[in-house]
Ligand binder design. Structure first.
Ligand code: ATP
Ligand code: MG
Length: 560
């Protein structure tokens, strides 16, 4: 077991089973239905199943749950494979499909019939529902429940042969119509569906129901521990009933854990697909989506996602994890490794009136404040500069240590400047600042030891690279969008803001997907999909943790 993975209650069971000799080898599986892209909730299930497989030198299967013909797409299968690999896990030769077991599942159904534990029902769906009873009242037996075995077998074989139309018959388990657990009230095992399957073509016109197919696939595949989310707790008695009846050589154990829910977003493929259909987002890989593809495109490192689910733990309690926990994992992962650059998101022009018109100085920009081995880059400095609009305030409070009329600030890697004059347009909007610089204060080599309290970033106007920068915010306005009457009503209309930013020239050709820190602003990366030859398209991965207050404090101590 890896030293860093805590022993949650599931690992505890599994390690006990290894120690007691109940199992020599652990076999788990991650069983997605390819009806959408994987999301952050699936990350948890992937890390749990593949993580346990790896830690115990066991095996983990990637098993596509394709029991529902017609609904699943090859695009989703490919996306799931890509996402699991990207997260850092490998199924090697263990990629399977529930449909691989259709023959064996069919044989199991015949066995149940022969044992008198399943019967073919002629009731239609409405009638079956009417017989099922309610949570407080028992159901009633179907008139066909006591059909002789031979008749059941013959009917079931004719179902398979295509003698009946959809819905004409259904194979049901014969359990208990009075069970307090609705799942045990003679659940359907097979239904007729004259529809081609993406893998088995027209071989079948009957398809097994999820519970039956899933249990039997686990059994056939050698699964020792079948890990699933809490909503399947009530299905466990049925899972065990199948195993009790059929006594397969391998008996898997189902263990449930609580879903991972992330605040301000949703983890349901169906709802995520609604967001796409209603054009709230541009697709499954929109960087605002909690999908693995979206988070990858946004620039979240795989290691940050793994760390995130580790921090969330594995429990039986429902939880809604703060977005901040995920964002912190992303920051921590990027903070140490990525290089620093300067960019201005909302440019305001500064003209240094005492700086020579044609002069350009190359400033040495540190690529990482704590890692000198990452070196420096040249940052051109000139008479006209862009600074951030909100680094200037006309009516500034006393504690505002950035630029204000008559005030001084240090330009990172540059000089101390003083704001002499504020130029406004006819509507009173500040459009330019006339400033002077102090030639003795050049960062690192200046002769003056004058200090000012604030340091701000900047980009030389004549050297700036215009860019389209996408600033992302939460997708929903409330922490739990599922609790809203209609989750569409609580979509955040401001989840995406696009700004025309100015980048320092070292960012002229950013490598798509490679993260950098824009000083004082956050972590960013060029989009891997959208390209514009005239202006790089950049995604904000995450803002910096530090509040302005903290940044001000740091800036106070430094000379830039
Ligand atoms: P969705 O509601 O998004 O369709 P699902 O559970 O139907 O989710 P599957 O493709 O069937 O999606 O899920 C594959 C595996 O991932 C299952 O074992 C499921 O329990 C697990 N899983 C799905 N969502 C979460 C979640 N939010 N947290 C933890 N595990 C999850
Ligand atoms: Mg499902």
């Amino acid at each position: 077991m890896s030293e860093t993975t805590p022993r949650d209650f599931i690992r505890q069971i599994i390690y006990d089973d290894l120690e007691s000799g109940k199992h020599d080898e652990i076999v788990t599986r991650f069983p997605p239905e390819p009806n959408g892209y994987l999301h952050v909730g699936h990350v948890m299930s992937i890390c749990l199943n593949f993580g346990i497989g790896r830690e115990t030198n066991g095996r983990t299967f990637l098993r596509f749950d394709d029991t529902n013909p017609g609904k699943q797409k090859a695009e989703y299968v490919r996306a799931i494979e890509r996402d699991v690999h990207w997260l850092g896990f490998d199924w090697e030769d263990r990629m399977t499909h529930a449909s691989d077991y259709f023959d064996q599942i069919y044989e199991s159904a015949e066995k149940l019939i022969e044992m008198g534990a399943a019967y073919v029902d002629d009731l239609n769906a409405d009638e079956i529902r009417a017989h099922r009873g309610t949570l407080t009242e028992p159901g009633s037996n179907s008139p066909h429940r006591d059909r002789p075995v031979e008749e059941n077998l013959e009917l079931f074989r004719r179902m398979r042969a295509g003698d009946f139309a959809d819905g004409e018959h259904v194979l049901r388990a014969k359990i208990d119509m009075a069970s307090p657990n609705m799942n045990l009230r003679d659940p359907a095992l097979y239904r007729i569906r004259h529809i081609d399957h993406q893998r088995t073509g027209d071989k079948w016109c009957i398809y097994p129901m999820y519970d039956f197919a899933h249990t039997m696939s686990d059994a056939f595949e050698g699964t020792t521990h079948s890990l699933c989310t809490l909503e399947f707790e009530d299905h466990r008695p049925l899972y065990n009933w199948f195993l009790d009846q059929l006594q397969p050589p391998n008996r898997p154990r189902q263990i449930e854990f609580s879903r991972l829910n992330l605040a301000y977003t949703i983890t349901s493929k169906r709802k995520l697909s609604d967001l796409i259909e209603r054009s709230v987002v541009t697709g499954w890989d929109d960087p605002r989506m909690p999908t693995i593809a979206g988070m990858r495109r946004r620039g979240y490192p795989a290691a940050a996602l793994r760390e995130f689910v580790k921090r969330g733990g594995v429990t039986k309690k429902d939880k809604l994890i703060e977005m901040g926990v995920l964002e912190n994992c992303v920051r921590e992962e990027l903070g140490h490794s990525v290089q620093r650059r300067m960019a201005v998101l909302r440019p305001l022009k500064v003209v240094l009136t005492n700086y020579p018109e044609d002069q350009v100085e190359m400033m040495a920009g540190l690529n990482h404040p704590n890692r000198p081995e990452l070196g420096t880059r040249d940052v051109p400095f000139s008479r006209e500069l862009w600074i951030e609009q909100d680094d200037f305030l006309e009516d500034a409070p006393r504690k505002f240590f950035r630029l204000k009329p008559g005030g001084e600030v240090r330009l990172r890697f540059g000089y101390i400047i003083r704001c002499e004059e504020v130029i406004k347009d006819s509507s009173g909007v500040v459009v330019e600042l006339r400033c002077t610089y102090d030639p003795d204060t050049r960062s690192g080599t200046g002769t003056s030891d004058r200090k000012v309290k604030g340091t701000i970033h900047w980009v030389s106007v004549g050297h700036a690279i215009p860019a389209t920068v996408r600033l992302y915010d939460r997708l929903f306005t409330v922490p739990d969008p599922n609790s809203a009457d209609d989750f569409m009503e609580v979509v955040n209309p401001e989840s995406l803001e696009t700004v025309k930013a100015m980048l320092e020239p070292a960012l002229a050709e950013p490598e798509p997907g490679r993260a950098v820190q824009f000083e004082r602003l956050g972590y960013f990366c060029a989009d891997t999909k959208d390209r514009d030859p005239n202006a790089p398209v950049i995604n904000r991965i995450v803002t910096l943790r530090d509040s302005w207050a903290k940044i001000e404090k740091q800036a106070m101590s430094g000379r830039g």
